[in-house]
Design a protein around this ligand. Structure first.
Ligand SMILES: [Ca+2]
Length: 360
């Protein structure tokens, strides 16, 4: 298809040093796992290098510390005023995908294994960096719909890349927005006019249930079926054995650095990984660190697929109602691309680590 041939060309060009900064909206869950932190660190490092411009950083979860955690990292990189937002009225709420209640932002910080579960790391970030954030409770942040619409309406046509590394709740809600005083276009028309590419860390090849696409499965289905621009997936299968983050975790402390704090506090030691007889840790961590699902999506969003990744064309779609997805290969007309290994994953991990470790 001509449209996709042109897109592939644009993506390849985006990797060249002469390319204009890529305009990026970053959409993260910042909920339990912490490759989101590495991804946002990479995005800021690439912005510092003039490779991208960060238009907004929104959370796809609510009723927790996700927005505040994003703001702490934005503050660290000297961009405290980047617009933030969170979904209202639907999607994942609280400290984990199955939670029934929101996180009380003024409750005492629990022990790591306590009631905060995997969200502890983000509440700890807020406790450790007072004054670095505006929204302790994501529910107090602006509606992500308004943030998306204002940012998109203000940008040149066909200029914005959306990089989602969490649930697809905001994407679905955006598509369903109506014309308003921000734009006479409805959500789908606004996206079609302003967005050139959506890069999504979501779905599992060749079929299965993947965290980002399964926990708000209805939103994932609506988003994937109705999105009007090309989509490139960094799926579960790619990132699961592409590791990054140990470099920053093992780097010497050098002033305040929330990115280092999160990686140092959550990556098990090399010895712990080696000696885990149950192999549980080895499914989640490598000598390189944590699976770099979200960081690979940022790399694709800003630098394109070349020279790092091969791509396969097809369609990712949700099947049934329990969060399952499947990939249907279609080399000629598939509307989606999924990245596959080209450069070794170890080398991709080193490129990501170099970005995460860049000093302010
Ligand atoms: Ca994520």
């Amino acid at each position: 298809m001509v449209r996709f041939a042109a897109t592939a060309c644009t993506i390849a060009l985006a990797g060249m040093a002469v390319a204009a900064p890529v305009k990026v909206i970053f959409d993260t869950d910042m909920l339990t796992d912490f490759d989101d932190v590495g991804a946002l660190a990479c995005l800021h490092a690439l912005a510092d290098a003039g490779e991208c411009e960060i238009l907004a950083t929104v959370s796809s979860t609510r009723g927790n510390a996700s927005v505040g955690a994003v703001e702490v990292i934005n503050h660290y990189y000297g961009r405290p005023d980047i617009p933030v937002g969170a979904p209202m009225g639907m999607g994942v709420v609280g400290s984990h995908p199955g939670a029934k209640a929101k996180v009380n932002p003024v409750s005492p910080l629990c022990e790591k294994a306590g009631g905060d579960g995997g969200h502890y790391k983000y509440r700890k970030l807020l406790a450790d960096y007072p004054g670095w954030y505006r929204h302790a409770d994501a529910d107090d942040a602006p509606d992500a719909n308004e943030v998306y619409r204002r940012v998109l309406a203000a940008q040149p046509d066909g200029s914005v890349t959306i990089c989602s590394v969490g649930f697809l709740t905001n994407i679905r809600r955006l598509l369903e927005t109506k014309p308003d005083d921000i734009s006479p276009l409805d959500g789908k028309a606004l996206v079609a006019k302003k967005v050139k590419l959506w890069v999504a860390m979501a779905c599992q090849y060749p079929a299965g249930k993947e965290y980002n696409s399964m926990w708000d499965a209805e939103s994932s289905r609506i988003a994937l079926e109705n999105w009007p621009t090309p989509i490139i997936f960094s799926d579960f299968q790619y990132g699961r054995d592409c590791f990054a983050g140990r470099a920053i975790a093992e780097s010497p402390a050098d002033g305040r650095n929330p990115v280092r704090d999160v990686f140092a506090g959550n990556i098990p030691s090399r010895e712990e990984v080696r000696s885990d007889s149950a192999k549980w840790l080895q499914r989640l961590f490598g000598m390189g660190g944590r699976a770099a699902w979200d960081e690979t999506a940022v790399l694709v969003a800003v630098r394109g697929t070349e020279p790092y990744f091969n791509v396969e064309r097809g369609t990712y779609r949700m099947v049934g109602t329990d969060g399952a997805n499947e990939w249907a290969p279609d080399a000629e007309n598939g509307p989606h691309l999924r990245i596959t290994e080209k450069l070794s994953k170890a080398e991709v991990g080193r490129i990501i680590d170099e970005l995460i470790c860049r000093k302010k």
